[in-house]
Design a protein around this ligand. Structure first.
Ligand code: KIV
Ligand code: ZN
Length: 396
């Protein structure tokens, strides 16, 4: 089985559905260009039926993005499909992504349709999309709470109708990793024409399991992961692109998969999204949070300064950061303080360092973090006047 994982980015569609994250056309175009640079295989640019603005944005992204496929989302209704088909007509690599719910709870309360009606609607939508483009994705919304037998039936039918990707969303973030893995395995083993399509996964993070579920799906035969930068998306968000990709990169020894992502563009993509939306990233967010590569505890700092592998499983450089961050606080030791002072140009002998260390720990007791400017001010108030490497005790 192919080991390449297609990265389908839905920051501009599902991501934008998170409250407070709406973006205008120019912002979305800017982000789409960054996503292309990041190397995502598919950019889901929007939901063209939702508004004229969304339609125009998808069109514009289709016009300018050349390397990534550009997908437009639509329900299985003809008005939706026509709008989506038209929105990606200028794209170098257009994809139509059509969806309908398949769980009994959605059929009964939301769609008021029978399973037969839903299946017919899905097949007709895929046939319609296929009459325009080769690349057609079908999603069974709320798949993780749908009857697997019914999923086998509907996925078989849409592949027969021309779907090249079948997506198995955990729409409400309810699945557990082993359950979800089992579902993907069942589909992979029982859909008779599955060799003609790629299995995709789209996991929401309501229980904090979106990344784990996506990886479990890959282990069981999925080859496309739908995800977003910074993990944004409906409610608790979607699987985070940077976490999925760096898990695959970092644990190559356990998972022999590849992606086309240029990981060095991860940090700038995250920052661009935060800057555009005005929503910062939580400090302890894996991979891209400001503390993801920061060390405050003395023991950790000592280890990292001697050899980063002691406390870092991946390098900050690999995600586009220039260095790890040694934070001086009340847990820091003399070794890290000496290194930090060297970075600032002060090379202290043992005696001076002890004296400064006492000053710094007093300050660290009062405030959480001792900033560079605090260190400079402490140094200015001592009789240490020269920046002299020959004086150095701590550099080793
Ligand atoms: O969560 C979901 O089910 C979706 C589909 C439209 C793919 O976002
Ligand atoms: Zn979703």
């Amino acid at each position: 089985m192919d080991s390449h994982i297609t990265i389908f980015d839905t920051t501009l569609r599902d991501g934008e559905q998170s409250p407070g994250y709406s973006m205008n056309k120019q912002e979305k175009v800017q982000l789409a260009l960054q996503l292309e640079k990041l190397g995502v295989d598919v950019i889901e640019a929007g939901f063209p039926i939702a508004s004229d603005g969304d339609y125009e944005t998808v069109r514009e992204i289709g016009k300018i993005v050349k390397k990534s496929s550009v997908a437009a989302l639509c329900r299985t209704r003809y008005v939706d499909l026509e709008r989506a088909v038209s929105a990606v007509e200028l794209a170098a690599k257009p994809r139509i992504h059509t969806f309908i719910a398949t769980s009994d709870i959605h059929l009964k309360y939301k769609l008021q349709k029978s399973r037969e009606e839903v299946l017919e609607s899905a097949v007709k939508a895929v046939e319609f999309a296929k009459s325009y483009y080769d690349d057609v994705e079908f999603s069974a919304e709320d798949a993780s709470r749908s009857d697997p037998e019914y999923l086998i039936e509907i996925f078989t039918a849409v592949i027969e109708a021309g779907a090249t990707t079948i997506n198995v969303p955990d729409t409400v973030g309810y699945a557990l990793p082993w359950e979800y893995g089992e579902l993907i395995k069942t589909l992979n083993e029982n859909i008779p024409n599955i060799d003609q399509a790629t299995i995709s996964v789209h996991c929401h993070n309501d229980l904090g399991l979106a990344v784990a579920n996506s990886l479990m799906a890959v282990r069981n035969g999925a080859r496309q992961i739908e995800c977003t930068v910074n993990g944004i998306g409906e409610r608790a968000g979607n699987a985070s692109l940077e976490e999925v990709v760096m898990a695959i990169e970092t644990r190559k020894n356990n998972m022999a998969y590849t992606t086309g992502i240029n990981t060095k563009e991860i940090f700038s993509s995250s920052q661009l999204l935060a800057q555009i939306t005005g929503k910062g990233v939580q400090p302890n967010k894996a991979i891209v949070g400001e503390n993801a590569f920061a060390h405050e505890a003395g023991i950790h700092q000592h280890g990292v300064l001697k050899n980063p592998l002691t406390y870092e499983i991946m390098t900050p450089e690999s995600v586009g950061l220039t260095c790890n961050r040694i934070v001086i606080g009340k847990h820091s030791g003399r070794f890290a303080l000496g290194k930090k002072l060297e970075e600032l140009g002060y090379f202290l002998n043992k005696e001076d360092l002890n004296q400064i260390y006492n000053e710094v720990t007093k300050l660290a007791d009062k405030q959480k973090v001792v900033e560079d400017k605090d260190l400079i001010s402490i140094m200015a108030n001592t009789n240490y006047s020269k920046k002299n490497p020959d004086n150095s005790f701590v550099a080793g």
